[in-house]
Design a protein around this ligand. Structure first.
Ligand code: HEM
Length: 142
């Protein structure tokens, strides 16, 4: 559940970027699909992280170097999400709920700060998935 949930969430975050690109011309349906995909990815992430926490306790995992590094990256991910991405997501949702004009959609989909935030989080997500799969010890004994 954990690994599949995280892989599905990563795929959906990438899909959101494709939909955002399609919505840049002002297409309302593509923008609505981008926002819905983002919301679904957030829910999948929550389920996947909860499964990860369960896995940690049920599997009696020690706090390994890769796990500590991942937790630090997760804190960074949450910070970027709170400070940058969720406000964009909320603005876009509010705009879509009120019959937006094409220029309004265009401006929202081209928001550079939100783009940097979303791409940063996709990169962090991929690094965490790599760390959790390879489980490197960084030269430390377990
Ligand atoms: C963005 C967050 C996360 C991502 C992308 C992620 C991704 C992954 C991936 C891809 C694996 C590899 C599964 C395998 O090798 O079979 C894994 C394993 C694992 N994850 Fe996560 N994870 C995340 C968050 C967490 C959290 C919050 C915890 C718990 C504190 C956690 C605990 C674990 C444990 C203990 C394993 C090892 C399971 C095993 O190999 O048997 N993960 N994770």
């Amino acid at each position: 559940v954990h690994a599949c949930g995280m892989a599905a969430a990563l795929l959906m975050f990438a899909m959101r970027e494709v939909l955002v690109i399609l919505a840049r011309g002002g297409r309302v349906r593509a923008a609505a699909a981008a926002i819905a995909t983002g919301r679904l990815a957030e829910i999948t992430t929550t389920v996947g992280v909860l499964a990860g926490i369960a896995l940690f306790f049920l599997g009696r995992w020690p706090l390994t170097a890769w796990l500590i590094a991942s937790l630090a990256l997760i804190a960074l991910l949450m910070l970027v999400e709170r400070r940058v991405v969720s406000s964009w997501q909320q603005r876009a949702k509010a705009s879509l709920d009120s019959e937006p004009s094409r220029p309004e959609i265009r401006a929202l989909m081209a928001d550079r700060r939100a783009l940097v935030g979303r791409l940063t989080n996709i990169a962090i997500f991929a690094v965490i998935a790599t760390l959790m799969t390879l489980k490197p010890q960084f030269g430390l004994a377990e």
